[in-house]
Structure formats: structure tokens, C-alpha cells
Ligand binder design. Structure first.
Ligand code: SME
Length: 156
């Protein structure tokens, strides 16, 4: 069997886990030009490392976000600009941390088990081309550490 890629999960803290994950993702994506393939592997690496409930991408296609590669339960396929956490992160071109999804007006509940969320825009040449969405089945999972590293990650 040929194993060309092995993810090494190492670290005691969230910060250490991200510190070890980021260079691996960087080397994984830098040799591959296909965006979908890279989004697929990034989703898998995040799921494996943190066991997030749902992690994946929505791509900007015309005037909507369309579901891209993800890991987790099935999700809604299309989100309009300004709608939900994803559509808001797209519109504002900034990361949104939602500690309690029930307290976010207009949150789109793809899964009733999702309790908190972070959405990070993927910006290329000044425009949002996609968003990275991570959901947790626990409240207040995401903080400035996730924002810092996930923003670095989508910039890889
Ligand atoms: N909750 C998101 C929708 C996507 S799913 O969580 C996978 C939102 O409000 O935009």
C-alpha cells in the first residue's frame, strides 16, 4: 500500500494542535492547484484533529454560497448573501464567532445539534471566494485562538 500523506496529530492544547496542523496543511495544499481537492483535505484534517461536529466549505457561486467539501452530517446546499452566519461572514468579509447559535438572529440550523459556530471568509485578491464553517455540538467552543489559526489556515 502506498501512503503518500499521513496526518500527525500532536499537542496538549488547542494552540499546540493548530501549531502542528498548520505546516502539514501548508505542505499538503501547496503542491495541489485544485481548490476542491484542497478544501476536501483541509476539512478532513480539521475533523481528524479536533473532532468537530461539522467542518467544511461553502463556495461563492454567483450570488449564493454553495456547499463544498465537508466532514459531518448533511448540510443545506445554498445560502444567500447576508443570510445565516455564513452569509453574514461573506457579506462583511470577516470572521464571525457565535458562542450560542440560538442567540444569533437568522442562524440557519442545518443540524439541530449544532450549538456554537465559527465562520471564516476565504479572501482571494480582495474578494470572498468561499467561507470555512466549523460547528460544535457544545456551547462556546470557539474563541480568538480558533479565529487566529483558522484565518491563517485559509490563507495557506
Ligand atoms: N449554520 C450556518 C449554516 C451552515 S451549517 O451550519 C453547516 C449558518 O447559519 O450560516
Amino acid at each position: 500500500m502506498i501512503m503518500s500523506e499521513n496526518l500527525i496529530i500532536k499537542g496538549e492544547s488547542k494552540r499546540e494542535l493548530y501549531e502542528n496542523l498548520l505546516p502539514q496543511i501548508k505542505s499538503l495544499v501547496e503542491g495541489e492547484t485544485d481548490v476542491i481537492a484542497n478544501m476536501a483535505n483541509i476539512s478532513a484534517c480539521l475533523k481528524d484533529t479536533f473532532n468537530f461536529w461539522w467542518v467544511g466549505f461553502y463556495r461563492v457561486v454567483g450570488d449564493e454560497l454553495v456547499l463544498g467539501p465537508f466532514q459531518g452530517p448533511l448540510a443545506c446546499t445554498r445560502i444567500r448573501k447576508g443570510k445565516g452566519v455564513c452569509g453574514t461572514a461573506w457579506q462583511e468579509a470577516k470572521t464571525i464567532i457565535v458562542p450560542d447559535v440560538d442567540a444569533f438572529p437568522g442562524h440557519i440550523a442545518c443540524s439541530s445539534l449544532s450549538r456554537s459556530e465559527i465562520v471564516v471568509p476565504v479572501i482571494k485578491n480582495g474578494s470572498v471566494v468561499a467561507v470555512l464553517d466549523v460547528d460544535s455540538e457544545k456551547l462556546a467552543t470557539f474563541d480568538e485562538t480558533d479565529k487566529f489559526y483558522l484565518e491563517k489556515l485559509v490563507d495557506c
